[in-house]
Structures are given as C-alpha cells and as structure tokens.
Design a binder for this molecule. Structure first.
Ligand code: 13P
Ligand code: SF4
Length: 302
C-alpha cells in the first residue's frame, strides 16, 4: 500500500494534479488527498484550483460539478460507476413534470443532482448552505429538488417559507430510524446526537445538532462534550475517531454506508492518474446553463 501511496504522490507532482476527497470516502484515501471535506467546500476548492488535473474521490455528480466550475481542467473520477442513488431519482422529465404542477415558483436544486437538472433550476445548494440559499431568494414559496428531507428541514428552520419538495431521498440516511436515536441515547445518556439533514425528519427533529458532514466534524472539534452519537455515513465516524482519540465517537448504528462512496480505492486513484481515463465531460449547452445555478450558489455562500 505504501508503494501505491508513493506512486500517487509522485504522479500528482509530475502532472500538477490535485486530489479532492469527500468525507464519506474510505478513510485511507486521506493519505493522498489534498482536500477532504463536504460538497460545498470541495466545490469551492474545485472552482479556484490552479492544478491541471482534478481527481475527484467521490461520486459522479461531485466530479461533474467540479468540471462545471473548472471547465478548462481535466476532471477524473476514479470509479466511473460511482453514482448517487438520490441524484438518480430525478430525471429531466420528472423535473419538468414537477415544475409544471407548480408553475412560476423558483426552484432550488440540491447539488446531489445531474448537470441537466441544474441547468433547469434557479439556484443550487448543498447541505451546508441550503437554509441561506432558500432565504436569499426572498420569497414565501419555493420548489426544492431532489431531497425531500433536506427541503423540509429548511422549511422547518426558516419558518416563513413554504418548501414544496420532490419526493427524492438518500437510501443510506433513511436506514437511520428515530428508534435508533432513542436506543443510542439510552445507552449513552451523556452523548450529543449529531445528524445530517438527509436523515428523515423524525430523526433530525430529535437530534442535538443537524448539519453537513463538515458541519458535524467542526461541531465535535469545538464542543466541550466528550461523547457524540453520529447519525450519518461511516466515513465521518472513521475520521472523527482518528482525529479525536480522546472523545467517544459512537455510530448511530452499524453499516450506515453509502456503497457508491465506498467504491473508490487507492488503486483506482493511481490508475486514473496514470492513464487519465474516466475523464468527465459535460455538453456545452447544458454546462452553460448549469454553471449559472452553481455560480449563484457560490456567490450567496461567500
Ligand atoms: P455534504 O454536503 O454534507 O458533504 O453531504 C453530501 C452528500 O450527500 C454526500 O452524499
Ligand atoms: Fe447519494 Fe446518499 Fe450516497 Fe450521499 S450518501 S452520495 S446522497 S446515496
């Protein structure tokens, strides 16, 4: 393995490449990553990097977003099969049907969506900035796609905006049930429950903190509490255990794993860096429209 890591580092230098990794990736990917973070921070880095090649250790929509924000860069996805089951729930036809039922409302799309979807929406958001983005529109009613739970979480937080959501969801986060929170609290009464907003509302509404993957990691870093129950993907649990050996990090339950996020291996990264296979391309017309949706989000998130 040390050999693979060394080869990746060498190729990165030779080719002026940068490796971006989402915090749901297997933890060993961090050995070679230049940045590890949530969807928002990774898209901000992708938009600014002066590397020639971006290797995106994540899933398809993330690499596609990086390509939209850095069209002149070569963007490589180590595992071309790594998709997002939530993003796959919304096709262009389904989006148009949904929009036609609620004409003339602005549409916010979660970054977990394809470029075709982004091209038809007004503004993009991530789990880290969804509330701020919806608020920035200054309207009393919006459409939100594809994550119904993130949309409904935002509606609850804002209190004065009706958020009409498309019925998409993340199958990994929906494995977490409110009873899991109740059981975990009984077993660890001093622990705080930290949840991702892709969880079902019945889970988010009884958590102590709800935030993006990076939001959860920062919360643990800053909190004086010593015990945390983590209601999101295992990658966050593994990184927190590594980074805070003196705190007790408890997964809400075993096997909260996104199979797509866990496809990528160090060998895959070495392979794409070496061969430059799995390059991501986006149709020019779609890209032109989709990037507006992302730029608007980045502007609001500054
Ligand atoms: P973050 O935006 O918190 O990184 O989560 C995105 C996500 O769903 C990855 O699956
Ligand atoms: Fe998509 Fe859920 Fe996996 Fe995130 S955890 S990439 S939302 S399937």
């Amino acid at each position: 393995m040390a050999n693979v890591i060394e080869k990746i580092k060498q190729l990165k230098k030779e080719k002026n490449a940068v490796i971006l990794a989402h915090c749901y990736q297997s933890v060993e990917i961090d050995e070679v990553a230049d940045y590890v973070g949530d969807s928002l921070s990774l898209s901000q880095v992708a938009a600014k990097t002066d590397a020639d090649i971006i290797v995106f250790a994540g899933v398809f929509f993330m690499a596609q977003t990086a390509k939209l924000l850095s069209p002149d860069k070569k963007v490589l996805l180590p595992q071309i099969e790594a998709g997002c089951r939530m993003a796959d729930m919304l096709s262009l036809r389904q989006l148009k049907e949904f929009m036609s039922k609620h004409p003339s409302l602005p549409t916010v799309c979660y970054v977990n969506s394809t470029a075709e979807i982004k091209a038809e929406c007004d503004i993009c958001c991530t789990s880290a900035n969804a509330e701020k983005i919806v608020k920035s529109l200054g309207v009393s009613k919006v459409l939100f796609v594809p994550d119904t739970y993130l949309g409904k979480w935002v509606e609850r937080q804002l209190g004065n905006v009706e958020v009409i959501t498309y019925p998409g969801f993340c199958p990994t986060h929906l494995m977490i049930r409110p009873q899991d929170v109740v059981n975990a609290r009984k077993k660890y009464p001093d622990a705080l429950v930290l949840a991702h907003p892709e969880c079902h509302m019945s889970v988010s509404s009884i958590a102590d903190y709800v935030g993006s993957t990076t939001g959860i990691m920062k919360y643990v870093a800053k909190s004086k509490n010593k015990e945390f129950i983590i209601a999101t993907e295992q990658g966050v649990v593994d990184r927190l255990k590594r980074d805070y050996p003196n705190k007790k990090i408890i997964p809400i339950k075993n096997n909260i794993i996104c199979p797509n996020m866990k496809m990528t291996t160090l060998e895959d990264i070495l392979h794409v860096l070496d061969t430059e296979e799995n390059e991501i391309f986006v149709n020019k017309d779609i890209a032109q429209k989709a990037v507006r949706c992302l730029d608007r989000m980045l502007e609001v998130s500054k």
